[in-house]
Design a protein around this ligand. Sequence first.
Ligand code: ADP
Ligand code: ZN
Ligand code: ZN
Length: 741
Amino acid sequence: MYAEIIIDITHEKLDRIFEYKVPEELEGTLAVGSSVLVPFGNGDKVRTGFIIGFSEKSSFDPAKIKEIRGKAPKSIRIEENLVALAAWMKEHYGGTMIQALKTVWPVKKQERPKEKRIIRRTVTEEEGREWLALFQRKNQKARARLLEALLENEELDYGWILRKLGLTASVVRALEEMQILTVDTETVWRNPVKASEESQKQIEYTTEQKEAIRIFKEDFQRGNPGTYLLYGVTGSGKTEVYMEMIRSVVQSGRQAIVLIPEIALTYQTVMRFVRVFGNRVSIMNSRLSAGERYDQMMRAKNGEIDVMIGPRSALFTPFEHLGLIVIDEEHETTYKSEQVPRYHARETAIERARIEGAGVVLGSATPSLEAFEGCRRGQYRLLRLTQRVKKQKMAEVSVIDMRKELQKGNRSILSDCLREKIEDRLKRREQVMLFLNRRGFAGFLSCRSCGYVVKCPHCDVSLSWHRGGRMVCHYCGYEEPMIHTCPSCGSPHIGAFKAGTQQVEDLIRKEFPEAKVLRMDLDTTRGKESYETILSSFADQEADILIGTQMIVKGHDFPNVTLVGVLAADLSLYISDYRAAERTFALLCQAAGRAGRGDLPGEAVIQSYNPEHYSIQAAARQDYEAFFAEEMKFRTLMGYPPAAHLMAVLMTSEDEALLNKGAYYLKLFAGRIRTDAGLEIIGPASPAIGKVKDQYRKVLYLKHEDYRVLTEAKDKMEQYIEINEGFQNIRIQFDFDPVQT
Ligand code: ADP
Ligand code: ZN
Ligand code: ZN
């Protein structure tokens, strides 16, 4: 018997399967996913490796094959299904197999479990009474006290009862020798979820909720659940639908994973699940200790929980019979990993579900183009919730043309309209949120008189201002000298847009000195707790106005907020990223959705220098489908995902000259890969940040309709890189359908 093993070394050249003989004494104790110690390299150095398969015959001379030394100490086996998923991830996203295996099994080593000692009575009550009488007669008070407690409770916590009764260990030992009790040591898994006393209130599902639940249940019971997009505005009852679907999955003995962006994974959300599933729910997040994370994995593995809630990495929870994966807010950019393998949780969830016969439910108020296009192509099933449960109206949205403000002589970042509305809310003691869309602050150039933005003639994304007076495209490297008058209207008011939350705060304090103002951005939320602190003090109405970046448009409900102002809505339109319009649309819809959650009607004011843009117009009407139609036209025309696929080849090196040369040759090579297939090659260009920590960066883009043509190109490029010495000091990573965060 031979085992196929991946060695635990991250090195491209060693990214292959090594064969080892399974010694007889280990046969039957090893499985796919087990980690073992093997001799490797010169001098028989011992390394850890993961078994990914077995074979009866070896493809080498059996006499030369080395033997597995033994199981790796303290190791935890990776589920076979997750090993299969890792293989898919490596193929689909690049990177080495060991990187993929470590991604699907994020717990590196066994953590010392917490233990608890329990005293158990082993005699009957009657026998116990006889012993008690004996102790009392002999005036053995300590023994009598312990036995009395044991007659009341058959099981006692060792440490607790000794402290409570003031006993020593010798008393316990004496009774143990008389076989009156036993002391057992048990592992207690740390549980980060506090139980809830409250129970779930009964609700009557709406017709739309019932329909969504019915469709999923029918497919699930038939044994072929697919992928569903649950598309409904915030407050339309999506979470209730997830919980009902999960309930049916759990009732049939299977488990569910719920992915929620970390920022939205609040106490309130977790409690809603705890009220329904009690202590069979667990969470994963970055605030848990290594020990707690380990324990959650073990609880899942041991069948002690049914529902795991967490961000991206919770996708790899080792459940035995996974039945459903829910991805809430599926359009969020945090579902794409920034580390190799650069996987997308949505695609990876769908693959895991395929392997395990589970279903996937994607939920969003502003679905990703990928998800909605998947429905249009018939790959996913669309489930709609068109109304808010409590029948609240959507906020009324007005779009303010900031160019007209300039014409009127108003040079402030607040339009007259927004200023009046803020005053009005302050008088009525209602709350206001001011959202500064700062995502795009990558130095794009725009005209404040007419809204014109300088774009790349080849890629249709905005050019970025670089030091030295050049404007550069981050996709193809195109550049031109900086301009000082607007090519569209001739105005001299063209330049890089600048406005920070601090500036907005100063302005607001000056204009509304009587208002209490809170600000939330990266600077004010450094500490772990401060994020929650700021939000809850605003929820408790300790301030009138909350100013912030994208952070404030997520999570938390603020029923007293009746006005949301979006300053410079178009900022995120001009990041040099093909997803800019999609991001802007989602952000504006979320921002508008913040107003009017309670009983009071809400209103939103969107300020823009480019109010005609379809993403702003569609967001003002909360019309996702109109946005989708326009945006798909752009993606199709330019060959961007999901109309086609894009593979970024990221190259980094300390040596700029070497990097430029490498990028040049890699492009030449890429050009020869599939001349028949129409593989488009763009760049090399400098990414948004051209140099990080003294490492220079270049990026090359390959575009094609067929994903497999790109993975094939990746494989060929990897081989080319491996045999060419020139790439030795260049780090190369692949990123499929990249997402900027
Ligand atoms: P979403 O996840 O789409 O934002 P939720 O599921 O959180 O929506 O629902 C919003 C609120 O409405 C929650 O308080 C929820 O308990 C409540 N809710 C959802 N469905 C119903 C229903 N059918 N009847 C009454 N209340 C409901
Ligand atoms: Zn202009
Ligand atoms: Zn370009």
